[in-house]
Design a protein around this ligand. Structure first.
Ligand code: ADP
Length: 329
């Protein structure tokens, strides 16, 4: 790993270490030709039950791309909880710091996917994810010493994330907040976020700006997204990365906005695109890549993931990205 330009302390281990603090769920995915209208019943084409949750998805995305990943979470072991932990272990993710709760149910996500176009709708029931506490995070303090990058999302309580980011900063690591789903973020958490990743809907909502109509010109969209990113930087976030689906990513750091167009692929299932991007970005950052190169790694991984069906099952291994994205030794 090249540490010279990363600004990270040299006391960290030389391998890319990513710590994910977040949710883990069982995803129940129904595929239908299109999404149903309110009150409508559609006959589906397929049903799959698979491990998910933004935290677990991002942990798996990073592990597939070659990062050494540890997971901090709270898992209810009733119903699907043990299966969820086993699935993480099968991916090589260290789950030794996960708090287990024999009384609680794990999170569940009910997902509908339209086979034409790959759009999706989701109902998420948090279960034990809502119980992750600052004390649970504190109990995993040793994991923060080893981590180069800590990643969190908003499917677990903000006080737990805040403690995680404080521990990360104290240990000399970098913090990545994926502000998804679209929920309020405290000023203190934004100020602790070296990188803030969110999609355009989440960015407009968090920045308090109106969304644009679907048919808005790309130049108009990019200008409005840049304004949102700038506003979020003003509120304390470091680098802001707004994901734009097939239109790629708009990054905004001290040097101003930069648009990175996505690879053109045929989208089959876009569920988990953002999670794959975040896992790839965190991996790149932990390897010492500059943020723009880390974002390119995340985009390359996400482009492959959307071209296949499934969430974790669609996430690529590093070698699938091609020689241009091989880890720098
Ligand atoms: P989310 O799933 O959080 O809404 P996006 O839909 O913005 O996130 O997707 C995240 C990233 O995945 C995008 O920035 C892009 O790099 C990639 N991506 C998503 N959809 C496509 C697509 N249709 N073609 C190519 N890349 C895509």
């Amino acid at each position: 790993m090249t540490q010279q330009n990363s600004g990270l302390p040299t006391s960290k281990s030389q391998s890319a270490q990513v710590l994910v603090v977040g949710s883990i769920n069982m995803d129940m995915v129904a595929h239908a030709p299109r999404l149903p209208a309110p009150g409508e019943t559609l006959v589906g084409e397929a049903f799959v039950m698979a491990p998910g949750g933004k935290g677990a998805n991002q942990a798996v995305a990073a592990a597939r791309l070659g990062a050494k990943v540890a997971f901090v979470s709270r898992v209810g072991t009733r119903q699907h909880g043990e299966a969820l932990l086993q699935a993480l272990q099968d991916e090589g993710v260290d789950s030794s710091a996960v708090a287990r709760d024999a009384q609680a149910l794990p999170g569940i996500a009910v997902i509908m996917v339209a086979s034409e176009g790959g759009e999706n709708s989701i109902v998420y029931v948090p279960g034990s994810n809502a119980q992750l506490s600052p004390a649970d995070v504190q109990a995993a303090a040793a994991k923060f010493q080893a981590a180069t990058v800590t990643v969190a999302q908003l499917e677990v309580p903000v006080p737990a994330i805040q403690r995680a980011f404080e521990l990360t900063r104290a240990a000399g690591g970098r913090t990545v907040l994926n502000a998804a789903p679209a929920l309020a973020v405290t000023p203190a958490l934004l100020a602790l976020s070296d990188c803030l990743i969110l999609n355009e809907t989440e960015a407009f909502q968090l920045a308090g700006l109106p969304s644009l109509p679907e048919d808005a010109a790309q130049a108009q969209l990019l200008a409005q997204v840049a304004e949102a990113a700038h506003a979020l930087r003003q509120r304390g976030a470091g680098q802001v990365l707004v994901t734009l689906g097939a239109a790629g990513v708009l990054m905004c750091g001290a040097e101003g906005p930069q648009h990175l167009p996505a690879q053109a692929v045929k989208a089959v299932d876009t569920v988990g695109a953002g999670d794959t991007f975040v896992g790839g970005f965190a991996t790149g950052l932990a390897e010492g890549l500059a943020p723009v190169e880390a974002a390119r790694l995340g985009m390359a991984a996400a482009a492959i993931a959307v071209s296949r069906s499934g969430v974790q099952s669609a996430m690529p291994k590093r070698a699938e990205l091609g020689a241009g994205f091989a880890p720098k030794r």
